[in-house]
Ligand binder design. Structure first.
Ligand SMILES: Nc1ncnc2c1ncn2[C@@H]1O[C@H](COP(=O)(O)OP(=O)(O)OP(=O)(O)O)[C@@H](O)[C@H]1O
Ligand SMILES: [Mg+2]
Length: 301
């Protein structure tokens, strides 16, 4: 089954290893980034037929494309003006503590947004899932996310949204079939009423009509809200060194398990194991089936 991911804020992820913050880096690692690109990389590693759609800008865009393809990602990168952004993560070698420096992505023109829209629509026929992952670099990108989720649904393609900021607010208005949020993202969607955040997540299913909400809470585990039913899956106990990208691994493994016909509980368990496997190593969002199997303790088809 074909899966398409859409990333409206791609980047080059650089990891700069330092002995002390402020020192020159001992080593710099580079990989392609942006949440839909991460999800596509992991889905591909798990044997799924996945295409990542995004845009690419300038010389950094060329480097981004080379990195993604070198990592095995099947990429459709729509050319746009400006520069693909770079995210620099300084990691201290002794304790893996991090400092992150983010650039802003380009503001896309109407023509560029149209080209991305067309690239996605071209891929939707024969596609089983559209997963829209990550933020948008501009308001037009956020609105396009909403529109494309609506288009995909009208074509009978299942939709998953894992986003934040304006893109999350816009995209959730399209009522995706599945919404993956962490606690911070959930609080962007729900006006606090004084009740615990987790009990409020259910309102997204009952009041907004999003059928399935996957709320991930790092080392505390995750909760699935399926209409009015909540089920909790604890996180595996591991030595965490880098949880960045655990949500992307969770999303990829959850989609994989759904496509392979796992039960809902089984899918949550495999997804949690994938998130934990990611947190045990660098770089982010580059796990294999074997990494997940080491945690679950069994192999699957
Ligand atoms: N420290 C940890 N120990 C065990 N499991 C973890 C840990 N951190 C994350 N996980 C697993 O990964 C899942 C997703 O992690 P998390 O909630 O941090 O996602 P996220 O905030 O969306 O991450 P990101 O957006 O950086 O990819 C968790 O529900 C859990 O199953
Ligand atoms: Mg996330």
């Amino acid at each position: 089954m074909k899966i398409v991911t859409l990333t409206m804020n791609p980047c080059i992820d650089r990891t700069l290893w330092v002995d002390r913050f402020g020192d020159p880096p001992i080593r710099i690692d580079r990989m392609s980034g942006g949440k839909g690109v991460n999800v596509a990389r992991v889905l591909t590693a798990l044997g799924e037929d996945c295409t990542a759609i995004t845009y690419s800008a300038g010389d950094t865009g060329k480097e981004f494309e080379e990195l993604a393809r070198g990592e095995g990602v099947r990429l459709i990168a729509v050319p746009v003006q400006g520069s693909t952004r770079i995210i620099d993560t300084y990691v201290r070698t002794d304790d893996y503590s991090q400092q992150v420096v983010r650039q802003a992505g380009p503001v896309l023109s109407e023509d560029e947004l149209s080209a991305i829209r067309q690239a996605v629509i071209n891929q939707l026929s024969g596609c089983s899932v559209l997963a829209v992952c990550g933020s948008a670099s501009c308001s037009g990108g956020a609105r396009l996310i909403r529109e494309l989720i609506e288009t995909a649904k009208s074509m009978g393609v299942r939709t998953l949204l894992d986003s934040n900021g304006e893109a999350l607010i816009e995209g959730s208005q399209a009522i995706p079939d599945v919404l993956k949020v962490n606690e911070d993202e959930l609080s962007q969607l729900i006006k606090p009423s004084g009740d615990p955040l987790h009990s409020e997540a259910n309102r997204l299913t009952t009041e907004q009509g999003i059928g399935r909400v996957l709320l991930t809470c790092g080392a505390k585990g995750c909760i699935q809200f399926l209409w009015e039913q909540a089920s909790f899956c604890p996180a595996p106990k591991i030595d965490c060194i880098n949880a960045v990208g655990s949500g992307d691994c969770f999303t990829a493994a959850w989609l994989h398990a759904q496509i392979r016909g796992f039960t809902d509980d089984g899918a949550l368990m495999i997804a949690s194991a994938a998130g934990a496997a990611n947190a045990m190593k660098f770089p982010a969002a580059m796990i294999t089936r074997e990494d997940i199997e080491k945690i679950t303790g069994f192999k699957w088809i």
